[in-house]
Write a protein that binds this ligand. Structure first.
Ligand code: CUA
Length: 370
């Protein structure tokens, strides 16, 4: 009676495995929720291997559990007895040689086919979005080489168009990983690695550095925001326009923030296109803040880009992201700290939000598409 109940429980558990596996693990950072053909091919391969392995697991564990139960010693006499010994069984040995060979072939052929379909190096064509990505401790630089501008931590792409990325690192090993769009690819200093993918639908896809790179590795995040073509064109236009000197800001708070960005040394590190009509500011080895008002996040995608979060970041970057190289610009005793932070945050958030562009609407659309 007892044994029968256990058998029933075992069968119920085995039956629930396919149900669990059938759930859609959807989300903005899930390899099981593909948003493009590369991730789809990888998911299909994973599921094929999974369903092939499941009967093997059930068979092996089932046989093991059956043997443990069926041939257990039932009393002291049984425990002392040596069971009947056998040697060699041609049929069994043929079976456990041939079946694994068939299984390996069934896994290997689609694996090799998927590798060739998704991992092969491509030569970017005129219709591709070409981006050179560099990993830094602990953020990502994205250079749109064909379009002539640079941004950080947020990769904006058009839906349905191939994105071809060359991957590099400025310091240690990093790894570029957007699970919804494609598998991981390492970013290695002085090695020209490549990854390419297509997003089928608009949305915000979360990325993460997937190679332990010390310090703030866990906070080395990024986003890929896929937009419909007209929205993407508007975003590109906003960046290409940023290279020109803009008319001086009219908001006095923004004006003060811009002056402080120079006084406090922000533009000593950060590039801001259009900051000065003739002088280029900043150092390309720090996150480019051009059109920062269009970003959805601060601190390499660790917090939403709101005035409060930006102020918290400026006030004490180490408390938000321990280990990062951004200096703390004020002491707690500085009487002007909060005013100055407010002004700089207002200035940074105004960047790219030129009423002449549709940029602000683009950011709203990107949030909505998630
Ligand atoms: Cu970069 Cu982990």
């Amino acid at each position: 009676m007892q044994a029968r109940r256990w058998l029933q429980r075992g069968l119920a558990l085995a039956a629930s495995v396919p149900l669990i596996a059938a759930c859609e693990f959807s989300g903005p950072q899930s390899a099981l929720d593909p948003a493009g053909p590369v991730a789809q091919a990888q998911k299909d391969l994973f599921l094929w291997t999974f369903w092939l392995s499941l009967p093997v697991m059930i068979g092996v564990f089932g046989a093991l559990i059956y043997a443990l139960w069926r041939f257990r010693a039932k009393d002291a006499k049984g425990a002392a007895e040596v069971p009947h010994q056998t040697h060699g069984n041609l049929r069994l040995e043929l079976a456990w040689t041939i079946i694994p060979v068939i299984l390996v072939v069934l896994v290997a052929v689609p694996t090799v086919r998927t590798i060739f379909a998704t991992e092969q190096r491509v030569t970017p064509g005129p219709d591709d979005v070409v981006v050179h990505a560099t990993g830094y401790q602990w953020w990502f630089k994205f250079e749109y080489t064909g379009l002539g501008f640079t941004t950080a931590n947020e990769l904006i792409i058009p839906v349905g168009q191939r994105v071809v990325m060359s991957l590099d690192s400025a310091d240690v090993l990093h790894s570029f990983w957007v699970p919804n769009l494609a598998g991981k690819r390492d970013m290695i200093p002085n090695q020209d690695n490549q990854i390419w993918f297509v997003a089928d639908r608009p949305g915000t896809y979360f990325g993460q550095c997937a190679e332990l790179c010390l310090g703030a590795h866990a906070y080395m995040r990024f986003r890929v925001i896929a937009m419909e073509r007209p929205d993407y064109d508007g975003w590109v236009a906003a960046f290409q326009g940023a290279a020109d000197a803009r008319p001086a800001a009219v908001d006095p708070l923004v004006e003060r923030g811009k002056a402080l960005a120079a006084q406090k040394g922000c533009v000593g590190c950060h590039v801001i296109e259009g900051f000065h009509p003739t002088v280029r500011v900043g150092n390309p080895d720090f996150p480019d803040l051009t059109n920062f008002g269009l970003r959805t996040t601060v601190g390499a995608a660790i917090a939403d880009n709101t005035p409060e979060n930006l102020a918290a970041w400026l006030r004490d970057p180490q408390s938000m992201k321990p280990g990062n190289t951004m200096p703390t610009l004020w002491t707690a005793a500085d009487p002007n700290r909060e005013d100055e932070i407010e002004a700089i945050a207002a200035y940074l958030l105004s960047l790219g939000r030129d009423p002449a562009t549709t940029a602000q609407a683009i950011v709203g659309g990107a949030h909505g598409g998630q």
